[in-house]
Write a protein that binds this ligand. Structure first.
Ligand SMILES: O=C(O)CCC(=O)C(=O)O
Ligand SMILES: [Mn+2]
Length: 206
């Protein structure tokens, strides 16, 4: 659908932005990040219900969530208490290529989706600066991505994000609701054990 219908202003889709070799290098770099900053199971504010993705971060700030303090950015890993590792330069370079923004990203959220993981419809709005776009990189199994409007009940459209695709939510689309409905297990050979990695680059402070 996204490939035929024009996308709304500010939503930019770059199918196949990364070739296989670049994808493999990014996976190696994510593995290095995970060695220092292990994946953990995030929980929803208030209810403490676990999310189905596993998460970690790299960059000066990381996006975290827990039962008592909710969604926020912080400079340290919630379990190890150590600073997040740096954003690998090749990941930062993707921001430089597509973000059209004068400052570097401060946070790179790493989401790992096992075959049953999904992410409910939400807005990315824990940042101080909405003038910077959100840049999202997909690696591994294809997912069904859904994007709506600025209100939760607005109509949505769905399209597949494949390994190597890059999606930018900027401009009027910066605060669009979006989510991941499902994975297509076995659709990619990039990750030996299957699953999907999503890297979300964000600017937090103006
Ligand atoms: O996995 C994706 O493609 C989207 C992730 C996302 O929206 C988020 O982490 O805020
Ligand atoms: Mn999001």
């Amino acid at each position: 659908m996204a490939k035929t219908n024009p996308l709304p202003e500010g939503l930019r889709f770059y199918p196949g932005f990364l070739d296989r070799q670049q994808q493999e290098r990014l996976v190696d770099q994510v593995r290095d990040v995970v060695t220092v900053a292990p994946l953990y199971v995030p929980v929803m504010p208030k209810t403490g219900a676990p999310m189905s993705v596993r998460m970690t971060n790299c960059g000066p700030l990381g996006w975290v969530t827990d039962k008592d303090r909710g969604y926020r950015y912080q400079a340290t890993h919630p379990l190890t208490g150590k600073p997040w590792p740096d954003i690998p330069s090749e990941i930062g370079a993707i921001w430089d290529a597509v973000a059209d923004y004068c400052k570097p990203p401060e946070a790179c959220l790493v989401n790992f989706y096992g075959e049953d993981a999904k992410m409910g419809l939400h807005q990315d709005r824990d940042e101080q600066d909405f003038s910077a776009p959100v840049v999202s990189i997909s690696l591994g199994d294809t997912c069904l991505f859904r994007v709506g409007g600025l209100h939760r009940k607005d109509p949505t459209r769905s399209f597949r994000l494949e390994s190597g695709d890059v999606l930018v939510l900027g401009g009027e689309s910066r605060l669009r609701f979006h989510g991941v409905d499902r994975l297509y297990p076995g659709s990619s050979t990039l990750l030996r054990q299957g699953g999907r990695i999503n890297l979300t680059l964000r600017r937090v402070n103006p």
